[in-house]
Write a protein that binds this ligand. Structure first.
Ligand code: MN
Length: 215
């Protein structure tokens, strides 16, 4: 039985236009995300088989495959929820909208919303090959940080929790933006669902524990 399943989109394929075209959303969710779900499930099965047969010749590849597909599944699951139609999305988090805790944390961690936005835009737009720009809650310091992820799983601080993710893989934008990745990242800001990001920030903070806890 499958451990991981593809979540439904919280909106229809056209909901994020004109920032992201319906064709991209359909392919991205139904094909790309689905492939990571299948890959994670298949890899777990192959690992179970390796344990049963005590055949460890492929262990390195399987562990890498698990990290890749599982991280792909998790990041895309967050990505869909992080966005909403341009009527409700975009702008910046404001206390008046009930997301003051997130707004304060961004200001404390980055100096200002503008400085944060510049860093996440640049980190996303300059990924080499395939990757993501991510705003994450880092539980040891209690600060927010921006991470530039390679593929789905590389270049992250252990224990950090992604709360806002920008997919910078070519499959996320090429049909509409061709090679203009920076234009796509700029357009992404118009569909950010700050209510969702604030919910994730509160949840990450709530369940934070001291990773360096002494015995
Ligand atoms: Mn993707």
């Amino acid at each position: 039985m499958a451990v991981y399943t593809l979540p439904e989109l919280p909106y229809d394929y056209a909901a994020l236009a004109p920032a992201i075209s319906p064709e991209i959303i359909e392919l991205h969710h139904d094909k790309h995300h689905a492939a990571y779900v299948k890959g994670a499930n298949d890899t777990l099965e192959q690992l179970a088989e390796a344990r049963d047969k005590e055949t460890w010749g492929s262990i390195n590849g399987l562990e890498k495959s698990l990290a890749f597909h599982l991280s792909g599944h998790i990041l895309h699951s967050i990505y869909w929820q992080n966005m909403t139609g341009p009527k409700d999305g975009g702008g910046e988090p404001l206390a008046a909208d009930g997301v003051g805790g997130l707004a304060d944390a961004i200001a404390e961690s980055f100096g200002s919303f503008g400085a944060f936005k510049a860093q996440l835009t640049k980190a996303s737009a300059t990924t080499q090959g395939s990757g993501w720009g991510v705003l994450a809650y880092e539980p040891v310091s209690g600060r927010l940080i921006v991470e530039q992820i390679y593929d789905h799983q590389g270049n992250v601080g252990q224990g950090s929790t992604p709360i806002l993710v920008f997919d910078a893989w070519e499959h996320a934008f090429y049909l509409q933006y061709k090679n203009q990745k920076v234009d796509f990242i700029e357009a992404m800001w118009a569909v950010v669902n700050w209510q969702d990001v604030a919910r994730r920030y509160a949840a990450a903070k709530e369940r934070a524990y001291n990773l360096l806890l002494a015995p």
